[in-house]
Ligand binder design. Structure first.
Ligand SMILES: Nc1ncnc2c1ncn2[C@@H]1O[C@H](COP(=O)(O)OP(=O)(O)OP(=O)(O)O)[C@@H](O)[C@H]1O
Ligand SMILES: [Mg+2]
Length: 294
């Protein structure tokens, strides 16, 4: 009997330190399942259980970060939707109530129009990003001439650059690439509309290619307002815009370049930016010519 009691006491003593962290882990896992990612378990051992505790803490930290990003994303999206909606609402109401004189109405309608365009660009970009983010986005690669594609994009934006009296110089040789044509069109479109948007009236935009042993770099160079050095590392992040107050009429949602980056990543192409405040911006896109892959 005494042996039995001592034996079972020994079992309790020996198993307590094991049960305790396992209980903690299972409680913490339950909390996490309910969405509380702030759980942290203090590590008390250096064995396999200690390693499990470490990995569990690592997992909860990572999940917490993802959750914070998700919340920021939702709040950014809501904000980006809200401000043009407020503008549209306010101006439509003012016109409807007869507060706006007839000769001022066109100006108001222009603002309403640009706000609706901004909203529509926002939803396009969001849908596109969501689709690219889900791993299942099929990228359909074909062989095609990218120089011709860029010329077509320049032509399709003619209204935009002519309105600002901007000159576009294109100096591109024939470059055959294998890529998703629709997605790459969005890359050029975003780079070009940025260059136009951030150029002054009468500005010049150069589109050129450099060939370094089968690796082509296509550069979009503008002489616009530029990006201050401290902002450069962030321009490819979602919703990042450089101080919207410097360009209130043309402020965007800060999604274009993140989409560009995502598309280029999917193709294993890359992008680099160089810019000087008030002197202009150059965007360098590096792509592989098809010959390289064959
Ligand atoms: N060519 C450029 N010249 C000066 N600033 C630029 C240029 N391209 C990008 N930027 C800066 O980087 C920011 C992010 O660019 P991005 O294209 O992602 O967003 P956006 O043009 O503001 O909005 P969106 O493209 O979603 O309509 C811009 O807001 C702008 O401040
Ligand atoms: Mg843009």
């Amino acid at each position: 009997m005494i042996v039995l009691i001592i034996g079972s006491l020994g079992f309790v003593v020996a198993s307590t330190p094991i049960i305790s962290p396992i209980n903690q882990l299972s409680n913490a896992a339950r909390k996490m399942a309910k969405g509380d990612f702030s759980v942290y378990i203090k590590k008390k051992r250096e064995d396999e259980i200690g390693e499990l505790v470490d990995n569990f803490n690592y997992m909860s930290k990572e999940l917490q970060q993802i959750e914070t990003m998700r919340q920021e994303f939702v709040s950014n999206v809501s904000h980006e939707f809200k401000s043009p909606m407020t503008t549209i609402n306010g101006f439509v109401q003012a016109i409807r109530d007869g507060v706006v004189k007839e000769d001022e109405q066109k100006e108001y309608l222009d603002i309403i129009h640009s706000s609706t365009q901004r909203l529509s660009r926002l939803s396009d970009h969001l849908l596109q990003l969501a689709s690219l983010e889900s791993e299942h986005h099929p990228i359909e690669k074909h062989e095609y001439l990218v120089d011709e594609q860029i010329r077509r994009v320049v032509l399709s934006t003619q209204l935009l650059w002519e309105q600002k009296n901007i000159t576009i110089n294109i100096d591109l040789p024939q470059i055959m690439i294998v890529a998703d044509q629709d997605l790459m069109e969005q890359v050029w479109m975003n780079l070009l509309t940025n260059a136009i948007k951030f150029s002054d009236r009468g500005g010049v935009i150069d589109i050129e290619a450099k060939n370094d042993r089968g690796k082509f770099t296509i550069v979009f160079r503008d002489q616009g307002i530029g990006i201050p050095k401290e902002h450069l590392p962030y321009v490819f992040e979602r919703f990042y815009t450089v101080d919207a107050s410097r360009t209130p009429q043309i402020s965007g949602n800060g999604l274009g370049l993140s989409l560009v980056k995502r598309i280029l990543d999917l193709h294993k192409f890359s992008i680099k930016v160089e810019s000087k405040r008030n002197l202009g911006t150059s965007m360098y896109v590096s792509i592989n010519e098809t010959n390289d892959e064959k």
